[in-house]
Structures are given as C-alpha cells and as structure tokens.
Design a protein around this ligand. Structure first.
Ligand code: CS2
Ligand code: MN
Length: 357
C-alpha cells in the first residue's frame, strides 16, 4: 500500500502540502480540481499545474478523488453521451499526465449523507454523525441548510451550492430511476469508458454509497458484496474496480468488512479507513481510527488488506475535529495524521509478523 492523504487544493483546503509532507510515511495525495463541475472536461494544463504544485512539495498525486459523474449519466438522459465523452477526455488527460487511479461514486443527488457535522463525543472532539430518526424528520431540500452552519465555511464534497440549489429538479429527474435502472446506467457508462482505461491503465474505483442504504427514497446500489460483485461482473475488466471505504460499507453492520476485502482481491484499487461508533443500528458517529474508540476491528481490516497484497493508495478517511482545529468537517489535519500513523503502525506490525514467521 501507499499511505496518502486527501487534499482539496490550494484555496479550498485548510491543510497545506507542507503539513502533509511531514506526516510520517505519507508519500502522496489524493486530490481533485475542486472548482470544476461534474460533466466538465479537465484540461491537461490544469492537471499538469496541479501535479507540478504537488511534486514541488515533495509529494505525488497518487490518484484522483473524485472525477464526479454528471447526473444525466446516472439518470440515463438523452444528453448523457456528451457527458460521457467529456469524462473520457478527462480520463485521457489524466492518463497522459501519468495518473492511474480515479475514485468516483454513483449516488443519486447527494454524495454522503449525515444529520450532523459536529456531534460532540465524550472526549470533547466533534465528529460527523448520522441518525435515521433525524434524517426522517428532514425535508431533503432543506437538509443542507440545516447542517451547513457546522461546516466551518467549507464547501463539502458533493454538496456544492450550485447542485443544492437545483435539488427539487434533481429529485424530479430521478423519479423513474430505480435500482435496476441505476445498474443499467452504470453499466452503460463503464462500458464506454473501459477502452480509455485500458489504453492508459487507469483503475476506476467506485466509492460506496454512504450510508449503505436508500435515503429519501433514492436508489442506492453500491452497498454490499453481492451488489459489488454484480457491478464487477457486468463489466468484467480489472480496471473496473472499487474503493473500499470501511466507514461507508461499515454503516450496515451486516457487512463483514475483512471478508469483503478478501473477496475483492485484484479489484480493490483504493482504500479509505475510518472507524464508527454505533448507538443503535441506524444511529452512528465517526470515531478515532483506533479500534477501541469505535466498533470496527481496524487490525482485522488492515490485515485483510495486507493479505490480499494490496498495493494501491490508502488514506485515513474522516477524522475527528480535535485540538481546536478549524477545518472542513472530517478533513482536519490532526486526527487524520494520527489515523495515518496508526494504520502505518498496524501495517508494520502485520508485515514484520508475517515476514519473520
Ligand atoms: C468521501 C466521499 O468525504 C467522504 O465521505 O469518502 O465524499 C467520496 O469522496 C465520494 O463519495 C467519492 O466520489
Ligand atoms: Mn470514503
């Protein structure tokens, strides 16, 4: 594996490349052109400028999170081909700049959903949290307004104000899209992009739906092992792979996280590691990465990644907000740096144990 951290780019991130460079063991960043909108072509010039900036700081671009998918592609609207062509052009430009991993998601309307961005934990830290009861009481059109006060002024990934302004129309556009249709539209998209992925050796890594069940009546498909297997089989190409995100798959307590990792051997291109603490099956909050702070066994998760010979980028996912840091919820420096160090420690111990017999 390669230890990385997500970085949203100068002007968007409170964390600097210089700080990331000083987190022990972190050699790369997972980044994006945060000011582009889904459907837009990423020019080679802009990609190269981003790459130059990252490399000048002594790091590399280990992958992109995300190149977002235009809603027309997910809905299957008549204009989708134009957006798919644009996506292909973006992939080509990334490939030309030697970037080989792209994370994306296929969630309708929203990216991840949370009911709180700053729930207080017993140690005084604040974390993102989800309560089904709170979500059920909300109107999706106003959900963003109800939580954005806790966003520390940041634009949250997938929650761009331009999209949220059109939320009513978006819901309307998805009204005939059920799970089957969403699978079909994903297949159509993947079949079209695989040739360029083959040509440039680009690993596509679909991010799971978060939480791993339907919210606001919208279909969600990347939620469990049978569905991922279906997704990989329907376009059976090693470049059609997944992001394993413990915090997203783990929202459904029936998902056996280490077991899923083992089943994804060869198609797991990117790993997100975080821990959750459950108050009930549908009320959870994010925890420190350390196993004992939450409900996941991080040792077993990292061991499964080690055992499948995982060589892709891994990153600590959302961290708690600690030590009075003011940053994008989930994406402060301190707790993610602790997470990276902890995961590196687990990896070193597992590796030494395995190789010293
Ligand atoms: C991320 C997702 O912040 C997060 O929760 O894991 O937003 C992820 O970047 C997207 O779903 C991938 O497209
Ligand atoms: Mn994730």
């Amino acid at each position: 594996m390669e230890m990385t951290m997500r970085w949203f780019g100068t002007g968007f991130d409170t964390v600097t490349l210089k700080q990331i460079r000083q987190v022990p063991g972190v050699t790369g960043v997972i980044t994006t052109l945060y000011d582009t909108t889904p459907g837009e072509v990423w020019s080679r010039e802009r990609i190269r400028a981003l790459k130059d900036e990252v490399e000048a700081a002594g790091l590399r671009i280990s992958g992109i999170e995300s190149v977002n998918i235009h809603d027309s592609i997910k809905i299957g609207s008549p204009d989708r081909d134009q957006y798919i062509d644009n996506y292909i052009e973006t992939l080509r430009n990334l490939g030309e700049e030697d970037i080989h991993m792209v994370c994306y998601n296929f969630m309708p309307v929203f990216d991840w959903t949370r009911s709180e961005l700053a729930r207080k934990r017993p140690d005084g830290s604040t974390v993102l949290a989800y309560s089904q009861k709170a979500i059920d009481a909300l109107d999706p059109e106003t959900m963003f307004d109800s939580i954005k006060g806790d966003a520390n002024g940041a634009v949250l990934p997938g929650w761009e104000p331009e999209r949220m302004a059109k939320i009513k129309e978006l819901f309307e556009a998805y009204k005939d899209v059920d799970e089957e249709k969403l699978f079909e539209n994903l297949k159509y998209f993947l079949e079209k992009i695989m040739p360029v992925c083959d040509e440039y050796d680009i690993n596509m890594a679909i991010h799971p739906d978060d939480p791993a069940w339907s919210v606001f009546g919208l279909p969600r498909i990347i939620i469990n092992l049978p569905n991922i297997m279906r997704m990989m089989k329907m376009v059976d190409n090693p470049h059609n792979g997944v992001t394993f995100c413990s915090g997203s798959y783990g929202t459904n307590r029936e998902n056996d996280l280490p077991g899923m990792i083992r089943a994804l051997k060869g198609r797991l291109h990117f790993a997100h590691v975080r821990n959750l603490k459950f108050n009930s099956d549908d009320d959870f909050e994010e925890a420190a990465h350390l196993s004992s702070d939450g409900d996941f066994d991080l040792y077993e998760i990292v061991k499964a990644l080690y055992e499948i010979g995982f060589e892709g980028p891994i990153r600590p996912d959302h961290g708690r907000m600690i030590w009075d840091e003011v940053a994008m919820p989930g994406y402060g420096l301190y707790d993610r740096a602790l997470g990276a160090t902890y995961i590196n420690g687990l990896w070193e111990a597992i590796d030494k144990n395995a190789t010293r017999g």
